[in-house]
Ligand binder design. Structure first.
Ligand SMILES: *[C@@H]1O[C@H](CO)[C@@H](O)[C@H](O)[C@H]1NC(C)=O
Ligand SMILES: *[C@@H]1O[C@H](CO)[C@@H](O)[C@H](O)[C@H]1NC(C)=O
Ligand SMILES: *[C@@H]1O[C@H](CO)[C@@H](O)[C@H](O)[C@H]1NC(C)=O
Ligand SMILES: *[C@@H]1O[C@H](CO)[C@@H](O)[C@H](O)[C@H]1NC(C)=O
Ligand SMILES: *[C@@H]1O[C@H](CO)[C@@H](O)[C@H](O)[C@H]1NC(C)=O
Ligand SMILES: *[C@@H]1O[C@H](CO)[C@@H](O)[C@H](O)[C@H]1NC(C)=O
Length: 317
């Protein structure tokens, strides 16, 4: 008797489990026949346009769906909302005004990609695309790059002196957790990798280079090179390889004065001597001029006296 009852309970539980399983897969069948497949675009540079790609797979027309692109970290969060065949501009975050569009003619193919025009640094972040009618949602990460800017003008140094080779990120970009590399032709001048220097440095530059660690969060990756040698002259490149999906590195040319510091000082005294050489004739001319002026003034004064019209200040002299 008891055994029979247990068997009935077992059958009942098994049936309920089966039913639950069936209903779950039925729900999955409804919302999951097509899923939203989004992909991460390559890093973009300020001023460029970018497409945040998202499509329903297998293709399912999104023409009559509400398509929502949002950035949950913003207020208002709506970047682009499309419903009943039109763009609901009144919902849009004003920072995105006139800068977004959907590929409306591709909606029947399930393509709900968003195009964003003239990207700025503040566009970087997580974008969410959702299609409430089919309960589909996916996120896309947008990374906005920063350019590495070296120097158009060559930097000058003297043998034995120190020099700063300028390089920075534009717009400013925190590089403290990235890799920063300075190269001279192919030789590694200095390499920094997430918070510390690496020892993969060419011997020519050993113990002579440093970065300004407290400036790097502002994107300043200038290099200090000490005890400059003649053989250091040439072209240096600074780069942040992580950001190089579109090779962004830049040059700084270093010119080293062939005279060392002493030579330069000697140069300075030569210059002084030369200046003195020019000064002596100048003084002679000046004195001659003053004498001539005095003679002329005396004559004028005598002439004035004869007319009894000497002005007070002249008389005092
Ligand atoms: C999503 O789309 C990409 C191409 O856009 C494709 O390579 C990838 O296989 C798709 N993912 C799935 C799970 O179908
Ligand atoms: C957006 O574009 C319209 C016309 O296309 C123009 O009148 C309007 O000033 C633009 N708004 C902004 C913020 O650029
Ligand atoms: C660099 O400095 C370290 C210690 O400060 C020293 O042991 C090493 O020999 C130096 N290397 C060169 C190439 O000068
Ligand atoms: C980077 O830092 C160095 C050292 O403080 C400074 O001389 C240079 O002007 C800075 N460059 C920029 C672009 O801020
Ligand atoms: C400078 O370079 C020359 C080779 O051009 C080398 O002989 C000399 O040791 C170098 N001086 C320093 C201080 O590194
Ligand atoms: C450095 O590069 C500039 C142009 O970028 C070039 O004119 C110059 O000759 C180069 N200097 C050396 C030493 O290679």
């Amino acid at each position: 008797m008891e055994l029979k009852w247990d068997f009935i309970v077992f059958i009942y539980k098994a049936l309920m489990h089966l039913l639950a399983l069936l209903s779950i897969s039925a729900v999955a069948q409804v919302s999951g026949s097509s899923f939203l497949n989004c992909s991460t675009p390559n890093i973009v540079w300020p001023g460029d346009d970018v497409i945040l790609p998202c499509r329903l797979q297998p293709p399912l027309s999104a023409e009559s769906m509400r398509v929502e692109w949002t950035r949950p970290d913003l207020e208002p969060e709506f970047i682009h909302v499309h419903q009943d065949g039109r763009f609901l501009h009144e919902l849009q975050n004003p920072d995105y005004k006139n800068r977004t569009s959907l590929f409306v003619d591709q909606l029947p193919n399930g393509d709900v990609s968003l195009k964003l025009f003239k990207v700025t640094q503040s566009d970087a972040g997580t974008y969410r695309c959702s299609l409430p009618s089919v309960q589909q949602e996916a996120s896309v990460q947008l990374s906005v790059g920063s350019e590495v800017i070296g120097s158009d003008q060559a930097v000058q140094a003297v043998v034995g002196g120190d020099v700063i080779l300028p390089c920075h990120m534009e717009p400013p970009f925190d590089v403290t957790t990235l890799t920063v590399e300075w190269k001279y032709v192919r030789a590694v001048v200095h390499k920094y990798k997430s918070q510390k220097e690496t020892d993969s440095q060419n011997d020519q530059f050993k113990n002579r280079t440093s970065l300004f660690h407290n400036e790097m969060h502002k994107g300043n990756i200038s290099l200090k090179l000490t005890n400059v040698n003649l053989t250091d002259a040439g072209n240096y490149t600074c780069s942040v390889p992580k950001l190089q999906s579109q090779v962004k590195k830049d040059n700084v040319e270093l010119i080293v004065d062939s005279k060392d510091k002493k030579g330069r000082d000697a140069d300075d005294s030569e210059t002084t001597a030369l200046t003195a050489g020019l000064t002596i004739p100048a003084v002679v001319i000046l004195i001659a001029g003053v004498v001539a002026g005095l003679v002329w003034w005396r004559r004028q004064r005598n002439h004035g006296r004869s007319q009894a019209e000497a002005p007070e200040n002249v008389a005092m002299m």
